[in-house]
Design a protein around this ligand. Structure first.
Ligand code: MN
Length: 255
């Protein structure tokens, strides 16, 4: 069993090491991840400049491969170069912060799983659903890592159709406060106050994107609703984004 492990928080982020430690119980794990923070890089791919792979020591002393590319680049380099085309499973995470609803389109973590699905490999994207910065809070990836191991075992025993993957979000609360697992659909996420304007020392404006979540009642059955209600969210995702219900209306346009 050959497992490719990546993320978008960078190769030295604690979430990826937590996952590596548990997945080693399942097979041989190779960590191929961005050399720096690449969150919200979406499904970006590097085409117009060379990429580098740098062997790196992880915090546990084991070997990893840091790349100069995006999470998507990491999946391609990991599969074609590091694993030389022989890989059974791709896992992306554990991201520090949720990847719920429409956020999956921004997410480098989820996009790595999209890339694996395109390459016809089974994949899991895993996130620790922590949305507020709490001073002094030390994230605990243990529950999410153990859950990912059990999901990887289920996925390998009962494979899903080609070009699909699972997006997993684990609430960042103590394990004994988690109320179970919900199979969910993608919910909604929108942001307000998205751009902060400041001035640089020369008096010129610069802009910092961040934003606060728009408050609304998430629909029951959605990933957002599950995590809010202390459940682990598992969303099956497919590559086909077609709005099938609009095709009939378009036909009436007499194109
Ligand atoms: Mn991230």
């Amino acid at each position: 069993m050959r497992i490719l492990l990546t993320n978008d928080d960078g190769i030295h982020a604690p979430g990826i090491l937590a996952l590596k430690t548990v997945l080693e119980g399942l097979g041989e794990v190779r960590v191929v991840a961005p050399e720096r923070q690449r969150s919200a890089s979406g499904h970006g791919m590097t085409l117009h400049k060379p990429l580098r792979i740098t062997p790196t020591r992880l915090a546990d002393g084991s070997e990893g491969f840091a790349t100069s590319g995006t999470p998507t680049d990491c999946v391609i380099l990991g599969l074609d170069v590091v694993w030389e085309g022989e890989c059974d499973l791709v896992v992306s995470g554990i991201n520090l912060g949720s990847n719920l609803g429409w956020d999956v389109t921004y997410s480098g973590t989820v996009s790595a799983a999209f890339e694996a699905a395109i390459l016809n490999l089974p994949a899991l994207a895993v996130s620790l659903a922590l949305d507020r910065h709490v001073e002094g809070y030390k994230p605990d990836f243990g529950t999410a890592a153990q859950f990912t191991l059990s999901m990887a075992q289920k996925l390998l025993a009962d494979p899903l159709p080609p070009h699909t993957f699972l997006n997993i979000n684990v609430p960042a609360i103590p394990e004994n406060e988690i109320l179970g697992v919900a199979i969910t659909h993608q919910g909604r996420r929108e942001y307000v106050d998205r751009v902060a304007t400041r001035q640089d020392p020369a008096g010129r404006p610069y802009y910092w994107q961040y934003g606060n979540l728009r408050e609304y009642d998430p629909d029951a059955g959605s990933d957002v609703h599950a995590v809010l209600n202390r459940r682990i969210s598992v969303t099956p995702i497919q590559l086909d984004l077609t709005a099938y219900n609009l095709m009939e209306q378009l036909r009436d346009w007499n194109l």
